[in-house]
Design a protein around this ligand. Sequence first.
Ligand code: APR
Length: 229
Amino acid sequence: MGRIVILTGAGISAESGLGTFRDEGGLWAQHRIEDVATPEGYARNPALVHRFYNARRIQAAAAAPNAAHLALARLEAEHSDVVTIVTQNVDDLHRRAGSHHVLQMHGRLAGALCDICGHRWEAPPEMDEETPCPACHRAAARPDVVWFGEVPHYMDEIAALLAEARLFAAIGTSGQVYPAAAFVEEARAAGAETVEMSLEPTAVSHLFDDCLVGPATETVPRWVEGMLG
Ligand code: APR
């Protein structure tokens, strides 16, 4: 089959009850990015930022993988040597669905990061400015998520995967945030076939060979069925 790289965004978790960012009534309609998703916002008001991620962490822990997550886990189970999910999502629904080859390029809600010593550990459901780092014991715990202006994780691994991709799929992402929005062009440059799955056309739909429009819980299982023949 050749290398398969699957990029996912908030839309794949929408039917698990987790809000997307830019859809009507989405997270960025309720919160200012500058306040809750930048290092500057965190420095200005860490309590506000902790409240925002505590609420999302508790909601994500209560959510369950949906048919789209499960279908991708099945695809990986059938072709485990070639399937990799690169997700912008900070929920852990891909792993809970049974996928193993998952690169969380924007970090994890379930993780905590020490702002001073860089130690990482499993976050308690709720954190605040007093939450101590278990390694250096200083009160410097922050959510282990990548904020705007910070460098996403795994960029070298992702570039290497895209360079040898035979098939690139983007699921539930609006194509408005870089570097992820540019992955389709990197995959095309490597000669990959490209398919987009989204509830509605996106900012980058014109760059894909094929666009499947509809809820992910319908389009993804059907696409995987087709792949598995
Ligand atoms: N099924 C399929 N697609 C869906 C569904 C659904 N049920 N619901 C929404 N979508 C689509 C929307 O049409 C939209 O194209 O998912 C996309 C969600 O877009 P965004 O809210 O912009 O989320 P995403 O692309 O993941 O955002 C990228 O931006 O805010 C930052 O770091 C954050 O990782 C995030 C990044």
